[in-house]
Design a protein around this ligand. Structure first.
Ligand code: RIB
Length: 301
């Protein structure tokens, strides 16, 4: 069982020719509302690949909250661990430009009410893999990380959106998952201009926290540095980009699904990369997330 502890949002998406400059008003060419939130997206990505998934998160007592819970359940995810709070659900205001690149502002809403007070140990029952992001309050993240470690799960922390790691229970983490920009941010540096620079940054993060690090590199694939000293790079695959929103979430959820199946780290990264490359072919965070058959067909299995 994969347990995902994280955020759930409703994404309000405007399609634009280019992202607005400060002070600029733009007319969008299209608008859509999608399910989103890094945690819920990752849960869906894993579930689409056939993994049993439990989601721990929050929704408001509004109509959006009902939709968040109903959609998770429709994906076959155990959503009993979604706490409902008075007020608004999480909202993400997103612009996507012609290249499929996004800008995202998150209004946490109910996600911001999560804390460390719930029965995390109980919620981790049967957890083999735990997946956590940084889009929920620190106390909630740390309670999940500690409970996941205590339950003996493989603990994966996707440091998105990036925040200084010193506030988090890094001794509970097995794998830190970041993109190149996040890796640089966590070290207080500029994003590496080359893969070698990101390798170096990932290696320093791995040493600093005594953990494994996976760095996603967009079209260049992903690399890993293992706690055991192993390291490698899996190339990206050419793909059609409509919307990159949720690509990192698809990668994380697919990686977790592969690890649940005891795939090697390299094989898990390969499967996650294929899933992420397919996810960017449709508008919205989840519309392009593939099922197992689509991933198999693409991998030629
Ligand atoms: O990673 C993409 C997600 O970030 C969006 O779905 C949005 O809700 C924000 O959480």
């Amino acid at each position: 069982m994969i347990v995902v502890a994280g955020s759930a949002n409703i994404d309000l998406v405007a399609r634009v020719a280019h992202h607005p400059e400060p002070g600029e008003t733009l007319l969008a060419s299209g608008y859509a509302m999608h399910q989103g939130g890094k945690g819920a997206n990752q849960a869906v990505a894993a579930a689409r690949l056939g993994a049993p998934v439990r989601f721990l998160g929050a929704a408001g007592d509004d109509d959006f909250g009902d939709r968040i819970v109903a959609d998770l359940a429709a994906e076959g995810i155990d959503a009993d661990g979604v706490q409902r709070f008075p007020g608004s659900s999480g909202i993400a205001l997103i612009t996507v430009d012609e290249a499929g690149e996004n800008r995202i502002v998150v209004v946490p809403g109910a996600n911001g009410e999560l804390d460390g007070s719930r029965d995390m140990a109980g919620a981790m029952g049967g957890a083999n893999v735990l997946l956590v992001q940084l889009e929920t309050p620190t106390a909630f993240v740390n309670a999940a990380l500690s409970a996941g470690r205590a339950a003996g799960a493989e603990v994966i922390l996707n440091a998105a959106p990036a925040a200084p790691l010193k506030a988090f229970e890094m001794t509970a983490v097995d794998w830190l998952m970041v993109n190149a920009g996040e890796a640089a941010f966590l070290l207080g540096e500029r994003e590496g201009a080359s893969r070698d620079q990101t390798v170096d940054q990932a290696a320093r993060l791995a040493r600093q926290y005594n953990i494994g690090v996976i760095a996603t590199l967009g079209a260049d694939g992903a690399l890993w540095i293992g706690r055991d000293g192993s390291r490698g790079h899996v190339p990206g695959r050419p793909c059609t980009v409509v919307d990159t929103t949720g690509a990192g979430d698809t990668f994380a959820g697919a990686f977790a699904a592969a690890r649940l199946e005891s795939q090697s780290v390299e094989d898990a990264i390969r499967m996650a990369g294929v899933a992420a490359s397919l996810s960017v072919g449709a508008a919205g965070a989840r519309a392009g997330m593939p099922d197992r058959a689509a991933v198999r067909a693409t991998m030629g299995d």
